[in-house]
Design a protein around this ligand. Structure first.
Ligand code: FAD
Length: 95
């Protein structure tokens, strides 16, 4: 049986693992936390947003907003969760 291994449960690894599972392909996600932390990470959970907890602007007139809109259009699993839990921060998109 085909199985894909994803190393690292950050935003990219979690999105990748969910996309693989959505396509009914067996996937194993390996995350080193909480056994070992990088210098940038402090939260023991998966999909940690490092630093300010902000995904920045949702405006598609800038690169951050455009990237997120492209992810929504491509069926991202994580961006809709972030959309649900966002809090107002002027043009920023924080969760
Ligand atoms: C100081 C700092 C501040 C930042 N501030 C922001 C911000 O305010 N807003 C923003 O949008 N972005 C910010 N970023 C960028 C953001 O953190 C990254 O874009 C995002 O986390 C990248 O996600 P990723 O999944 O690619 O990598 P990461 O989040 O780094 O995830 C990699 C995961 O892999 C795990 N891992 C690594 N090696 C192994 C291994 N050998 N085995 C198992 N697991 C492993 C790690 O523990 C981690 O969980 C910041 C980054 C830094 C360094």
């Amino acid at each position: 049986m085909k199985e894909i291994i994803v190393i690292g449960g950050g935003l990219a690894g979690c999105e990748a693992a969910l996309q693989i599972a959505k396509r009914k392909i067996s996937v194993k996600l390996y995350e080193m936390k909480p056994v070992k932390f990088s210098e940038a990470h402090s939260n023991k959970n998966l999909a940690e947003i490092v630093c300010s907890n902000s995904f920045k602007s949702n405006l598609i007139t800038n690169a951050c907003g455009l990237l997120k809109e492209e992810l929504r259009m491509l069926g991202s699993e994580l961006i809709p969760i972030a959309d649900k839990v966002k809090v107002p921060a002027r043009t920023s998109f924080s969760c």
